[in-house]
Structure formats: C-alpha cells, structure tokens
Design a protein around this ligand. Structure first.
Ligand code: NAD
Length: 480
C-alpha cells in the first residue's frame, strides 16, 4: 500500500516540493505513520511568495462584503465536514475526539468573525483646524502575511490568523506545524472549494528554521505572525526586527492559580482538575502553578491528586478517553526531565510522574507538591499534564510567587470573597485572568500576553488591527 502524501498548496494547486524531500507524520497514540509530508525548499517558497503577491492583488480588490461571503461559506463547509476534520486532528495531535470536534467548530467561528469584522473596517475623516482640509485616515490591508502556527491546536490557531488576515484583505503564506498538517490542509481545501481564490492562501511545510528565515527576510512579506514557544518567538521577532516588519507573538505561559482558604475544596478541585488536563495540559493558558492557602493546602493537594489519578487516559478516538497522549516524543522527554528534576530538588510526587506504557506518547496526569520555586519546572513552561503546588501564608506572598516568572499570559484565582477576587485579579500580572473560572478563547474576546508571553492580541474587535495599515490623506476642502 502506498503511503498517503500530504502536499504543499502553492499557486492554487496541491504539489510536491521541488526537492522531493519529505518527513513522516506520526499518530501519537500508537506511533504509526499517518502520512508522508512533502517539504518546501527555497524554489517552492519563492513560488508560494509570488503566488501570495498575486493573491493580495486579487483579494484586496474585492469588497469586504465579497470576501466575507466567501469566508462564511468556507466556515459553513468546514462545519459540515467537522467529523472528518476532527478525526484527522485526533490521529495527528492525539486529543479526545469530542475536543477535536470543538476545535473545528471554533475554527469556523474565527473565520466567520474575521469575515464580519472585515465589513466594519472604515476610514475616518478628521476635521482640520481652520476647515480648509479633509484629513482622511484610510485603513488598508498590510500585505502578504507569513503565519507560523503550532501543533497543540493546529486548526483553530491557524484559523485565528487566517480569519483576521483574510478579513482585512491580506493574503497569507501559512506554515502550520509539520507534526499536525492534515486537518489544517482539509480546512484550506474547504475554503478553496467555498471560493477562496487559489493564490490567496499558500501552505508550506519543511524545516521550520529554513522556512521562517526565508519568509521573514523576503521583501514580499510585510507582516509576521507566530504562535509557539518563547525562545522561538524571540528568535523570529529579532529576525523581523532586522528588516523592520511588524510581528504578532502569541507565546507560552506559566499560569499561576491562587486558591484562597475560603473555597469549597471539592467544587474547586472538580473544576480545576478538568481545566488543568484539557488537551493533556498542552495549552498556552493552561493553569500550572497552584498557590494554595496553607490551611487548605494538604486536603486540596490530596483531593486534586486523587481526582487526577482517576482520569481515563487513552487513544483520543475512544469515546471513553478523557485525556489523550502528548503530541510528540519531545514532550514526553521534556516532561519526564522536568518532573525528575523537581523531585531531585525536593518536590513531593503525589501522583503520576512517568510515561504510561511503551507505545504511544501517554504520560500520567501528574501532581507535584512543595515544588521548589527555583526548580526548572516552576520557571519554564512545562506544557504538559503536570500540576505544581506550593502553599502560601499571606495574600501578598501568593501574588509574589504568581508574578515571579517572566511569562505573563494567564492567571487564575479561586475565592468566594468579592474583595479578594478584585485585589488578586488586579494584582496578577498577566494579559488574562480567570476568576473562579477557566478561560476559553472565543472570537469575540481579545487574548494576548504580557512580558515574555508576547505582544499583540488575537480575537475581539481588535483582531484585524495587526493586519491593517493606516494611510492619512490630506486634501483641500472646497469653500461652501
Ligand atoms: P519548539 O520551540 O521547538 O517549537 C514550537 C513551534 O515553533 C513548533 O510548531 C515548531 O515547528 C516551530 N518552530 C521551531 N523552531 C522554529 C523556527 N526556527 N522557525 C519557525 N518555527 C519554528 O517546541 P516544541 O517542542 O515543538 O513545543 C514545545 C514548546 O512550545 C512548549 O514548551 C510551549 O512553550 C511551546 N508551544 C506554545 C504554544 C502556544 O500555544 N503558545 C503552542 C505549541 C507549543
């Protein structure tokens, strides 16, 4: 049987790369090869860039209404194919099929949001001081966008960038993660079937560093947007800075969760455990560092660990599965290293702590207590199914621990006290705070990080701003 090939989308056609190079796409639940992924080299990238330049001409010449009609049709087609896309997503990324269905639906929502917001782009005219001039600010598509997206939510994270860029009238060269390419390609197929001109989105895969270097430096690209890790984000932002190109950076987090002594422990644990292990903890806004008031620390830790140990871990295609495998073998190795390092440094392993079985990248839901604040796992985003716990005495101590890292994406607080809710929510230095709640990213809300977690936001009425440039036109005004 010949292996299925996932191709590049360049100039409106699915093509193999000129070099013939490729890599295998692995199912993280059983380590079987799903497909062979074609790689793009410099020749292919230049073709993709030339196509995207043509795409910009064609797409930006359409009215926002026309663009929106195509995008909404694409979103509907994606919804109608949700089962196929979700299946592909699960066999590539590992998440439970119900979560995959949710991701596909949310991706369609983000495309639709971009379509709608595109219709609200408006120029404005500012009165000048003596009434002799019109001063009009036009808002124009920024140009051809290089969009680089990761493997944890491959479809929706690509859709956030596509929705905003296409809604603004831009064209895109998209490099999804090589580890989870298929479902994203199916989303693009649906968009093209819905009427998206073939040059407007080009999709490339290959060696990430070679591709980002080529795209960012190329004069055709006028905007860079990336979702991924902090180190890679800093590298790409530096490259873009050298050629003066604006960037949007959605990077990692290391979210604190302050649990005050007045909460109902059972209710809080039930909510917190579900939140923590969603997508096997591979979520940029995942709760990670639990800072728990000393009086309830031990029962909270024990109950949290007991509940975590009951999670059904398995193949995401099995409807009984509550948590799938990690996305790749690098994550298993990284989590194992960080957990062992923390235990060596004095942390208490309460549950989990190791890989499950030896086929598939399964890792047990893990809870560590008394984690030293200077251990690697407390200062570097673990990005996996690991909850870290430390006690606190006074609220000020809790905030000091919460804010003691360079990340600033999300933070959480559990308390029934209204005043404490307000002081802690405003004292946590992150771009988003969940009060007695998780945070889920819907298109209507802008989400972005502070500090090392990046800059710019995605979603909300701000979503299209990074993909637009201003042009001020000052012209004489006829006297009445
Ligand atoms: P990584 O840093 O090697 O890669 C992260 C992503 O960046 C991948 O999609 C990869 O293809 C891409 N990438 C890597 N080097 C690149 C380069 N030079 N140019 C362009 N793209 C490049 O890490 P990883 O092992 O794949 O993932 C683990 C880390 O990534 C986690 O610790 C987490 O911090 C981060 N991450 C964050 C998000 C997020 O939603 N913010 C998503 C996925 C991964």
């Amino acid at each position: 049987m010949t292996m299925r090939k996932i191709k590049l989308f360049i100039g409106g056609e699915w093509v193999e790369g000129a070099s013939g190079k490729s890599e295998q796409v692995i199912n993280p639940a059983n380590e079987e090869v799903n497909a062979e992924l074609c790689h793009a080299g410099p020749v292919d990238l230049d073709r993709a860039l030339a196509s995207a330049a043509r795409g910009l001409e064609e797409w930006s010449a359409k009215s926002a209404w026309e663009r929106g009609t195509i995008m909404r049709r694409g979103a509907d087609l994606i919804r109608s194919r949700a089962r196929d896309l979700a299946h592909q997503l699960t066999v590539e990324q590992g998440k439970p099929i119900a979560e995959a269905m949710g991701e596909i639906d949310r991706a369609a929502d983000f495309l639709e949001w971009g379509a709608e917001e595109g219709r609200r782009i408006a120029a404005r005219t500012i009165p000048n001081r003596d009434g002799s001039q019109f001063m009009t600010v036009e808002r124009l598509p920024i140009g051809v966008v290089a969009a680089l997206t990761p493997w944890n939510f491959p479809v929706v994270l690509a859709a956030k960038k596509l929705g905003a860029a296409l809604g603004a009238g831009c064209s895109v060269v998209l490099k999804p993660s090589e580890e989870t390419p298929g479902a994203v390609c199916q989303m693009i197929e649906a968009m093209v079937e819905a009427g998206l001109p073939g040059d407007v989105v080009n999709v490339v895969f290959g060696v990430p560093d070679d591709i980002s270097r080529h795209l960012i430096a190329h004069p055709t690209i006028t905007k860079v947007t990336f979702t991924g890790s902090v180190p890679v984000g800093k590298l790409l932002a530096a490259r873009a800075g050298e050629v003066m190109k604006p960037v949007t950076m959605e990077l990692g987090g290391h979210s604190p969760v302050i649990v005050c002594g007045d909460v109902n422990i059972d209710d809080t644990v039930a909510h917190a455990v579900n939140h923590k292990f969603h997508n096997s903890g591979q979520v940029c806004i995942a709760p990670t560092r639990y800072i728990v008031q000393r009086d309830i620390y031990e029962p909270f830790l024990e109950k949290f660990a007991a509940r975590a140990s009951e999670i059904t871990v398995g193949d995401g295609l099995d409807p009984q599965t509550q948590m799938g495998p990690l996305a790749n073998d690098r994550r298993v190795a990284a989590i194992q290293r960080m957990v062992s390092g923390a235990v060596d440094a004095g942390a208490r392993l309460v549950t989990g702590g190791s890989r499950i079985g030896n086929q598939g990248y399964f890792f047990a839901p893990t809870v560590l207590g008394d984690v030293p604040l200077d251990s690697e796992i407390m200062t570097t985003e673990p990005f996996g199914p690991v909850a870290l716990m430390v006690p606190y005495e006074a609220q000020a101590d809790a905030l000091e621990i919460a804010n003691g890292v360079d990340y600033g994406l999300a933070g959480y607080v559990y308390t029934d006290d209204v005043t404490a809710r307000q002081t802690i929510a405003s004292g946590i230095k992150t771009g988003v705070v969940g009060v007695a709640n998780g945070v889920s990213h819907f298109p209507e809300i802008p989400l972005g990080g502070w500090g090392d977690s990046g800059y710019g936001v995605e979603g909300g009425i701000e979503a299209l701003d990074p993909y637009l440039k201003n042009k001020l036109v000052v012209s004489p005004r006829a006297k009445a």
